[in-house]
Write a protein that binds this ligand. Sequence first.
Ligand code: SF4
Ligand code: SF4
Length: 187
Amino acid sequence: MASFLGPVKGFGVTFATMFKTVNTELYPEQKKPTMPRFHGRHVLNRHPDGLEKCVGCELCAWACPADAIYVEGADNTDAERFSPGERYGRVYQINYLRCILCGLCIEACPTRALTMSNEYELADDNRADLIFTKEQLLAPLAPGMELPPHPMRLADAKDYYRGTPAAHVMSGDAEVSASDAAEGVTD
Ligand code: SF4
Ligand code: SF4
């Protein structure tokens, strides 16, 4: 008797499921918004004058458990300046074949140069296109920003990173800190 009831019980699950509402996701035609703090594709942020926040320190690369980040730093010069201070990230790559979107890299970044957006569509049909370069990761130039290299426009190098009043910018009627103005992404 027990051997007869076993398969019947199994089919019971099948029949019960047949009458449930089908929960079909209509992706990619209909995309559900993520939670606000969802960790998606990275962004390399800029200061309000367009200079890059990344100083090429490699702390994000050392923090990454998946070895997904490659950074090469270089020296700024007076003639060619990409970030305030001494160094900038000359080469910056994130390999999304390795990245597990854990967010440890953005925790490690001392300048908040690296944050994560809500973008989750990170699939492709070849490996090379999933290694994102610095040019792909850099935040677009917002109004009032200037494409580096160029001299520091706002204050001296310390003021950029401390967010002191000298590094504040006007955004419409509201005064916002330099870091808030330059980050349009979640952390
Ligand atoms: S999110 Fe995690 S896995 Fe991806 S690059 Fe950052 S530290 Fe590495
Ligand atoms: S993103 Fe941040 S941690 Fe990574 S190299 Fe640039 S400044 Fe350093």
